[in-house]
Write a protein that binds this ligand. Sequence first.
Ligand SMILES: NC(=O)c1ccc[n+]([C@@H]2O[C@H](COP(=O)([O-])OP(=O)(O)OC[C@H]3O[C@@H](n4cnc5c(N)ncnc54)[C@H](OP(=O)(O)O)[C@@H]3O)[C@@H](O)[C@H]2O)c1
Length: 284
Amino acid sequence: MTTALITGASAGLGAAFARRLAAEGHDLVLVARDRGRLEATAAQLRAAHGVGVEVLPADLTVPSARALVEWRLSEPGLTPVDVLVNNAGVETDDEFPGALMADLQAEIDLNVTAVLRLTRAALPGMLARDRGSVINVASFAGYLPARGSAYGASKAWVLSFTDTVAASVSDTGVRVIALCAGRIRTGSHERAGRPVGAPGSPLWLDPDDVVEACLRDLRRGRRMCTPGRLYRSVVATLELPRRTLRLLARLAGRSREQQPAAAPAPSLAGAGAGERDRGEHLVA
Ligand SMILES: NC(=O)c1ccc[n+]([C@@H]2O[C@H](COP(=O)([O-])OP(=O)(O)OC[C@H]3O[C@@H](n4cnc5c(N)ncnc54)[C@H](OP(=O)(O)O)[C@@H]3O)[C@@H](O)[C@H]2O)c1
């Protein structure tokens, strides 16, 4: 039995991750601010799938509350978390010059700082066990040179961060993937009063389809998932230079390993890597 911790699990894409992972038999730890909505989601999932579900109410923009989630991820005396889904994220609609400083800061605290800190809390245990998965929910907005707040920049950071961490753990049993989705029908656009595309529009994705694509790509060992044909073709073009750079970085890393080591290479957890099983499952 494996355990998955999902942030922003009470609505939208996070709830879709929770449904899918519960259906696959994972026990869950659900994180969001509203305890009532979390308890309701947990009760539905327990009844539908018979899995164990913990609720962990926390505002991830508040350091003391975030520390509780970091503790849940890193405390060796608790059931280990094998899959971390860094999903909770927020977009401020106001444009940068007029946006409230508090809203911009919250965007960075949730979309960047929480992702950084929860990943850092989860990885040492995963590396010590030589298995685990981290899913970082980025966005197609991370590529867009568009007007707006700090949202696009925060999601560009998630893409870059995921690349770095995935490279750092590439010779271990831990997998890291960025989910780079376009517009998803999660209800968040309606709540913000933004227009939502007509059914069948290639620009609008279904949350369950997005989750399915992400878990499939994670099982295939990919570092990035871009659901939807239209978004995939644009991102494939944009990613060409980065794929080349990734290859060069790997080659450079290899040639460094061939030289006599003056000092041990820094590692996230110092865990030794055993034989890899790259089979079709979530937790490597
Ligand atoms: N919808 C899209 O078109 C789209 C496209 C690409 C990427 N994404 C990304 O997908 C992720 C989920 O988006 P969504 O549309 O599903 O959002 P959503 O429907 O608004 O759901 C957000 C979830 O996050 C929780 N949450 C919000 N602020 C929080 C905080 N400060 N601390 C802890 N939990 C918090 C919410 O619960 P509480 O309110 O109870 O805290 C809720 O469970 C985000 O990272 C978003 O950037 C969305």
